[in-house]
Design a protein around this ligand. Structure first.
Ligand code: TPP
Ligand code: SF4
Ligand code: MG
Length: 254
């Protein structure tokens, strides 16, 4: 295949993001535009559907079709759009609160319908937009602006959750590594079914700048011997290592 001549900047509009300086969402936005350029996609053939949250502002900064929709609801909207307009590259994106609190009930149903779309979740382990409450992925004892005593309940494991519900493509990446994020997005977009990308991200305002450093110290590539076609190995990895980055599972029959 000919390499694409498109440039990432061609997928940005002139709106300046209102995110706080240092927010992980900036890098995610760049990776989206890099992935589109790498794939040489036509702008009018892309639709990005988000929910509500700081991260969900992302479609507003892209020169593509997009909808900053309703909290927790990007998946049913994206699924309907893909059914109505199968020629579009459809990406649903959301924060951890949007995806794993109010929107959780939609995930199993989107997975069983298996539309050819990518679900990209920016997991900063906090409700950024509403000023720093704990989210379902906040670590136990994690303290933040709006939960000074620390989170008391154990966190949801997003990767294990989507695997258990039958997702055909599951990957993890982190907002501190743009090249890796772009690679995972390209793989997810190319996957012909429901593809989930879990992106460990950072809210500098409510998690502090040290959060990225702590994350950098924990993340690491998935071990070379991991076979993403091996479902049992994917479950083992999902259960035991919340910081392994790469393609965790890709169904062989896709
Ligand atoms: C139906 C509904 N319930 C609650 C809210 C309030 N609300 C807006 S964003 C949000 C959570 C944001 O957290 P997350 O999805 O993790 O996104 P982030 O801001 O961290 O990127 C909540 C609870 C809302 N807008 N609509
Ligand atoms: S509050 Fe947090 S998530 Fe929201 S823009 Fe600022 S740094 Fe990003
Ligand atoms: Mg969040």
């Amino acid at each position: 295949m000919e390499p694409s001549q498109r440039r990432p900047i061609e997928y940005r509009n002139d709106l300046h993001p209102v995110w706080c300086t240092g927010c992980g969402d900036f890098a995610v936005l760049k990776s989206f535009t890099r992935a589109f350029a790498q794939l040489g996609l036509q702008n009018e053939r892309i639709a990005i559907i988000s929910g509500i949250g700081c991260s969900s502002r992302l479609p507003g900064y892209c020169a593509t079709y997009g909808l900053n929709s309703v909290h927790g609801r990007p998946l049913p909207i994206a699924t309907g759009l893909k059914i109505a307009r199968p020629e579009l590259t459809v990406i649903a994106c959301a924060g951890d609160g949007d995806a794993f609190a109010i929107g959780t009930g939609h995930i199993p149903h989107a997975i069983r319908r298996n539309p050819d779309l990518t679900y990209f979740v920016m997991d900063n382990a906090v409700y950024g937009l509403t000023k720093g409450q704990a989210s379902p992925t906040s670590a136990r004892e994690q303290k933040a602006a709006r939960h000074q005593l620390g989170e008391m309940d154990p966190p949801i494991n997003p990767v294990l959750f989507v695997l258990a519900n039958g997702a055909g493509f599951v990957a993890r990446t982190q907002a501190g590594d743009m090249k890796h994020m772009t690679d995972m997005l390209v793989r997810a977009i190319n996957y012909p079914g429901f593809a989930f990308v879990h992106c460990l991200s950072v809210c500098v305002t409510y998690q502090g700048r040290s959060y990225q450093e702590a994350l950098d110290g924990r993340v690491h590539p998935i071990m070379a011997e991991h076979d993403p076609r091996d479902e049992d190995a994917a479950y083992r990895l999902a259960r035991t290592d919340p910081y392994a980055l790469g393609v965790i599972y890709e169904r062989a029959d896709s």
